[in-house]
Ligand binder design. Structure first.
Ligand code: ZN
Length: 298
């Protein structure tokens, strides 16, 4: 999807609503309250009425679009921009490009789109898996683990080589914490897990029940970065995208919203080769729950 196609296919409110209807109810319109399929269209075109419980609803009711006064064409444009920007896009940029009245409106809009960029269930990673951690935010320019005490946030990355990525905002890099990420995200049948030689990984593998022969390490502390096929370059390239996104487009993000940004990066990254990224994002948006402004700021 590009801007020209977006304008051609979804240039009016009716066309946008029609698409959302198909994405939300592929099997036909269903009442959100009582699940009845006996639903009639009201003459205003934009609402439906349930014949059983008499509930009147729009396609946006009970989704991230809930109660929005913005035209759907602006929602669609902002969604396309967020989908197409590999490193993400700041609310400020979205405000200018979409032509929104205030920064607050843009910020809330971006957060609602972002809230939908989330997977309900994620398959376990398999094959060759790389795991590493990085530090984002904070004022200290220091690098690596020595800088972690200085208000930086820890992000754990796990990536199946040539496959999916997972990002986590972690409280620490203790073996027990890392072991839990492994148990919850890596298949028991994994071929090999590659990490650097940070000792926590050694203990984490043991705790997670990974056989020692399935854990390969690269000696980063000895300045070795690739040994045969043992490296963590795939997960590191995802980290560099994340960091360029944080530095270049989001400027500074609060620890509170970091998990949502991580989900957004992960969502887009795991769909980077799919041609239906835009439609799939809209499908998530029209099936995701309401996110109120109040909930976002408290
Ligand atoms: Zn009903």
């Amino acid at each position: 999807m590009n801007l020209t196609e977006l304008n051609g296919h979804y240039g009016t409110e009716d066309k946008c609503r029609e698409l959302l209807k198909r994405l939300r109810w592929p099997e036909g319109v269903t009442c959100p309250r009582c699940k009845s399929k006996t639903v009639s269209r009201l003459f205003t075109q934009s609402k439906f009425e349930c014949s059983d419980c008499r509930y009147q609803f729009s396609v946006m009711a009970g989704t991230v679009f809930n109660d929005s006064h913005l035209p759907l064409t602006q929602w669609f444009l902002a969604t396309l921009l967020l989908c197409e920007a590999k490193k993400g896009m700041s609310a400020c940029q979205i405000q200018r490009t979409v032509g929104l009245g205030s920064y607050k409106t843009a910020w809330y809009l971006c957060h609602r789109i972002r809230a939908a960029m989330k997977e309900a269930s994620k398959p376990m990673l398999d094959g060759t898996v790389e795991m590493d951690e990085t530090y984002v935010g904070g004022k200290n320019k220091g690098r690596g683990r020595v800088a972690r005490l200085d208000n930086k946030e820890i992000v754990i990355g796990i990536r199946q080589r040539n496959g999916d990525l997972r990002f986590f905002h972690s409280a620490d890099v203790k073996a027990g914490t890392l072991a839990q990420y492994i148990r919850e995200n890596v298949s028991e049948d994994v071929d090999v897990i590659m990490t650097d030689d940070f000792s926590s990984y050694q203990f984490a593998m043991k705790r997670a029940g990974v056989e020692p022969k399935k854990h390969k390490t690269i000696n980063h502390s000895g300045k070795v970065y690739v040994m045969g096929d043992v490296h963590t370059n795939s997960v590191e390239s995802a980290f560099s995208l994340l960091k360029r996104g944080i530095m270049g487009t989001w400027h500074k993000i609060s620890a509170k919203h970091l998990p949502a940004y991580l989900e957004e990066m992960e969502f887009r990254f795991n769909r980077r080769k799919r041609s239906d990224l835009f439609l799939d994002t809209l499908r998530h948006m029209v099936t995701a729950p309401v996110l109120t402004f109040k909930k976002l700021i408290t």
